[in-house]
Design a protein around this ligand. Structure first.
Ligand SMILES: C[S@@+](CC[C@H](N)C(=O)[O-])C[C@H]1O[C@@H](n2cnc3c(N)ncnc32)[C@H](O)[C@@H]1O
Length: 350
């Protein structure tokens, strides 16, 4: 009741302060960019335990001292860095999360020279996306998303590493399906194999084939070898729009279908259906959840997929329709504790 009264009051208040109170927190580009610039310049790495003077910091970071001081004071005002004495800055508070070796990985998410920062910069092209329905990535970076990753190996490697973070999520996704009757899982668009490693680790009788673009599969070979699993894996560096390796009984598509438009998703699913044959299964894993379960996460991911690569976030009924258009039929769906949708399909003849 109180909430709805407040909403009505805001709705009827057309003053400038009310407008700023409602939209101001959503409008600011200064602070998000300031944070990213501080991360990119590794300012938190350059500050020792004690506060460091701005001239020394400017020299260490190759920046202009006056501009750097203004940047840091803005972030001091937001509680990220501190200025214990005029012109000297410390990084003991939240700024420590920006250190490049901090396990939370915030630096990688914010670094404008890396994948995380570039993904955010793609949103400078959002107007183009909304006007045209096309992904903004190509407008901002000059090439389509997947082409850019292939042509910029350090960004491609950073993308693969980003996809492989969050062990809790892989454990949750792997536990969302009963693998006991499977013998050979083909992970299609499997990245460097982080989910595959979790599945193999929990299911000792399983073998696997990792399918992804050639550079990613090479990185996947190293990743799985480091975990002692390369002997149970085959590797196929190829496009999933081409015929897939046969012989698997599960064709896994984890966080792949949402990267693509309906037509492209159907093309990938058809390749899986064709390779799975009459007795195989196609397993789609997507997240985060459905629009009902987490509307904010769903809406953000839906926009993100469009801006980056022209994909979309989908509801279970959308997956049923895609499966139907691909010669598949959904036989089981479940949602895991962390909000993954696990959708099992078989060929429609079965
Ligand atoms: C969002 S990632 C998902 C990675 C992994 N399955 C996971 O759940 O973390 C999508 C994957 O699709 C791969 N990919 C993109 N285009 C591809 C293509 N044409 N053929 C094969 N793989 C492709 C990317 O390299 C990337 O590893």
């Amino acid at each position: 009741m109180i909430g709805s009264l407040c909403a009505m009051k805001e709705f009827h208040d057309d003053s400038a302060p009310a407008a700023w109170a409602a939209l101001g927190p959503l409008m600011d580009l200064v602070t998000p960019m300031a944070l990213r610039v501080a991360a990119t310049l590794r300012i938190a790495d350059l500050i020792d335990d004690d506060a460091v003077g701005v001239d020394a910091l400017a020299e260490r970071s190759g920046t202009d001292a006056d501009a750097l001081a203004r940047l840091l004071r803005h972030l001091v005002a937001h509680g990220v860095f501190a200025e214990p004495e005029p012109g000297r800055f410390s990084a003991g508070g939240p700024a420590r999360f920006l250190r490049s070796d901090h396990p939370a990985g915030m630096h990688a998410s914010l670094d404008l020279d890396g994948f995380g920062g570039q993904m955010d910069l793609a949103f400078t092209g959002l107007l183009h996306t909304v006007r045209t329905g096309e992904p903004a990535w190509e407008t901002v970076f000059g090439k389509p998303f997947w082409q850019y990753l292939a042509d910029e190996p350090h960004i491609g490697a950073a993308f693969d590493a980003t996809m492989a973070t969050g062990p809790e999520y892989f454990a949750d996704a792997a536990a969302g399906y009963d693998w006991t009757n499977a013998t050979h899982v083909v992970d299609v668009g499997g990245g460097i194999g982080a989910l595959l490693a979790e599945v193999l680790n929990k299911n000792h009788g399983l073998r696997a084939t990792l399918v992804d673009l050639p550079d990613t599969v090479r990185r996947g070979g190293r990743y799985l070898a480091e975990r002692g699993m390369a002997g149970r894996c085959e590797f196929a560096g190829q496009s999933f729009f081409d015929p897939l390796p046969t012989g698997g009984d599960i064709y896994l598509l984890s966080h792949v279908v949402h990267d693509w438009s309906d037509d492209e998703a159907v093309a990938i699913l058809r390749r899986c259906a064709e390779a799975a044959g009459e007795h195989g299964r196609v397993l789609i894993i997507e997240g985060p959840g459905t629009a009902n379960a987490d509307p904010a996460a769903f809406a953000e991911m839906n926009l993100r997929m469009l801006v980056l690569a022209g994909g979309r976030q989908r509801e279970l009924d959308d997956y049923r329709a895609l499966a139907g258009a691909s010669g598949l039929r959904v036989t089981d769906t479940r949602t895991t504790p962390l909000g993954h949708d696990v959708i099992e399909c078989v060929t429609a003849r079965e």
